[in-house]
Ligand binder design. Structure first.
Ligand code: MRU
Length: 378
């Protein structure tokens, strides 16, 4: 399975996702500033993957520090933390990774600085390895909600490329395939950066999963045609009430799902759940430059598709209120959004909170209808 990021021989190696699917090229980072640049320019993207990149970037930054003691070391590391934290605002995983690394160091304040530098590399690698395990657990829980013969719709890329490996929204898909289930996946192209068209299709095709690419605006019509059985998306940050920040267009899909009685699932590792935020209103939403909207880039040069000087708002993420979310698939099980906040309680009975496929499949779905399309339709 494809790897978005690795630590090899003292360097951070990232797959340049801005060039996919046409070129598979890797960028070597020996400096934390290059890692920060890669996050900003979407060479690496997807909330868990940028969290891993930030942890590895911190480990890189630490190697150049000359400090006599722990306090000097932490002080010298501060610009690295700050630069990485300032790269992209919506995904909570960068902050999650920085907090984890910081508290990891605080617990080892008595170690010599040279040893801390080595430990930091090990911790960053561990964050990547754990992310893969978390995603596999998401896959095991989530696959139960995929039936033989289903058609799944996904948006953006919440696959291996967006994580340490195996993906979040793709994890139930990969696990269901491993279980021998037959199904197909519709992928939204995901304007304007086309993560669906460029990345998710590429990833799923490599895994031998039947994929159909659609324009974003086709999702509603396909639902009306009863061609979609369930939706699974990822999240950049989910608030403790279950409001979900994800790629722009996710909200539209969730509202459409309600209208068409289609289950809408969000695959969320606990590292993407921000328990400090009460609702989606507290989530900062990234707005990006106009060129992503006024131009499209394919295999060659980018092409301008809008008039010079047109005003653009390029809102990169939206918030889906929790009432539209059927369930959230985590590494600890599948839960109703309203139960998310209970996960941090010490006395939580997970078994009692978990929901089972039968609870959803029996009440939400309308029977599939056969329908007619033109010979070129499906
Ligand atoms: O702008 P991107 O490509 O970083 O946005 C990515 C998404 O919105 C993903 O769906 C989200 O990060 C979940 S990735 C497991």
């Amino acid at each position: 399975m494809v790897k978005a990021i690795e630590w090899i021989d003292g360097k951070v190696i990232m797959l340049d996702q801005s060039k996919l699917p046409f070129e598979v090229t890797f960028i070597e980072c020996t400096d934390y500033r290059k890692v920060a640049e890669g996050i900003k320019k979407l060479w690496i993207r997807g909330a868990p993957a940028i969290g891993i990149a930030a942890a590895m970037g911190t480990a890189l930054g630490a190697q150049d520090i000359k400090a006599g003691n722990f306090n000097e070391f932490m002080e010298a590391l501060e610009p690295t933390f700050n630069e990485l934290l300032s790269t992209r605002p919506t995904g909570v995983n960068i902050r999650w990774a920085m907090e984890r690394v910081r508290s990891f160091l605080m617990r080892r304040r008595d170690e010599p600085v040279d040893r801390l530098k080595k430990l930091l590399i090990e911790e960053a690698k561990r964050i990547l390895e754990e992310d893969i395990e978390v995603n596999k657990a998401i896959g095991r829980w989530g696959a139960e909600f995929i039936k033989d013969g289903d058609t799944i719709l996904t948006h953006c890329n919440a696959g291996s490329l967006a994580t340490g490996g195996y993906g979040t929204a793709t994890a139930p898909i990969f696990a269901a395939k491993e279980q021998g289930k037959r199904f197909e996946v519709f992928v939204d192209e995901t304007r304007p950066v086309l993560q669906g068209a460029r990345l998710t299709t590429w990833e799923l095709m490599q895994e031998g999963i039947p994929v159909t690419l659609i324009v974003d605006n086709a999702a509603g019509t396909l639902m009306k045609m009863r061609k979609i059985d369930l939706i699974i998306v990822g999240t950049d940050r989910t608030a403790r009430n279950g409001d979900v920040a994800n790629k722009i267009g996710t909200y539209t899909l969730a509202v459409l799902c309600k209208e068409h009685k289609i289950p809408f699932y969000v695959a969320a590792p606990l590292s993407s759940i921000d328990f400090s935020i009460a609702s989606g209103e507290g989530i900062p939403i990234e707005e990006r430059g106009p060129e992503e909207v006024t131009h499209i880039s394919g295999r060659g040069d980018s092409i301008q598709i809008a008039p010079d000087g047109v005003r653009v708002r390029n809102i990169a993420f939206d918030i889906t209120p929790h009432r539209y979310v059927t369930a959230i698939i985590t590494e600890k099980g599948v839960f109703r959004p309203r139960d998310l906040k209970k996960l941090i309680r010490d006395d939580v009975n997970l078994e009692k909170l978990r929901i089972r496929p039968a609870a959803i499949l029996s009440c939400n779905r309308e029977p599939r209808r056969s329908y007619k399309t033109s010979s070129r339709g499906r």
